[in-house]
Design a protein around this ligand. Structure first.
Ligand code: SF4
Length: 265
């Protein structure tokens, strides 16, 4: 069997950094260390970190006062920051610097009296964190249909930002619909966008004509992993899922490389 590896592949720099922060926090402070939200949507990494003493929580109310608590790469809202202070948590903020950049940009737009359109999936931790950093009106949407139905106060005072784990390809239709309907809308400079997801999608796209099966190593609740499986008709049949985590650096010890039982048709 000839196995070809996509390049680039694996976690983006922001998530890799956040995982390392958790590992270092356990070494330095001992367990338990609390992490708000999944540090990465990857079952094996979560199991590995849990076995070392990490407790993943959905809300700070689950964290005992004064505990070491890490905010994931996705970032958090102002309300969460305030709650962490109130509960006197020992916070380590692993928010990706590029997500912080999106927060700053959105705040700048809101400060300029613009309604902000946040292109992303409602409920995703990054989207909720960014939404909660903006003082003004925010609309969260992810499809051109939602753009057509959007009600705004002033069509000339609008701006958009995007969820970083969506690629340029994922957001292009929505941005095109926004700029067609609201020609004066402002958005980020292309050089300011995170290309981690786009680069991984491009790597897979370039391999498709030459492969029979695309094995996606990841979890199905990961935006990045699931977007890798969405291709023009004819190519979807090539996709299989492998839940195992293959990165040699992060692979939990004693785990088999992967087995056929891990492959989900
Ligand atoms: S901004 Fe890019 S590098 Fe940072 S967490 Fe998001 S996808 Fe990863």
């Amino acid at each position: 069997m000839d196995v070809r590896l996509a390049n680039p592949r694996g976690f983006c720099a922001g998530v890799d950094r956040a995982i390392e922060i958790v590992e270092r926090a356990i070494e330095r402070f001992g367990s338990p260390v609390y992490v708000l939200h999944e540090i990465v949507h990857n079952k094996h990494v979560l199991e590995h970190l849990s076995a070392r003493g990490t407790i993943f929580v959905k809300s700070l109310s689950e964290v005992p006062e004064g505990s070491v608590t890490i905010y994931s790469a996705h970032g958090v809202s102002d309300a969460v920051v305030a709650e962490g202070k109130e509960r006197r948590l020992r916070v380590i903020d692993a928010t990706c610097p590029l997500v912080t950049k999106v927060h700053t940009q959105a705040q700048r737009y809101a400060g300029d009296a613009r309604e902000v359109i946040l292109i992303g999936h409602p409920g995703h931790p990054e989207v909720e964190g960014t939404r909660g950093r903006i003082a003004g009106k925010v609309h969260v949407l992810s499809t051109p249909t939602e753009v057509a139905a959007l009600q705004v106060d002033d069509p000339e005072r609008l701006a958009y930002v995007t969820q970083t784990t969506l690629s340029v390809d994922d957001t292009r239709d929505v941005i095109d619909a926004l700029t067609a309907r609201f020609p004066l809308i402002q958005g980020p400079d292309l050089k300011d966008i995170c290309y981690a997801t786009q680069n991984r999608q491009n790597a897979v796209k370039s391999m498709l004509p030459e492969i029979d099966v695309l094995l996606v190593v990841g979890s199905q609740n990961s935006t990045n992993s699931s977007r890798t499986t969405v291709w023009p008709s004819g190519n979807a049949a090539k996709t299989s899922w492998c839940r195992s985590h293959l990165s040699s650096r992060r692979q939990p010890s004693g785990m088999n490389f992967f087995s056929l039982s891990d492959i989900v048709p």
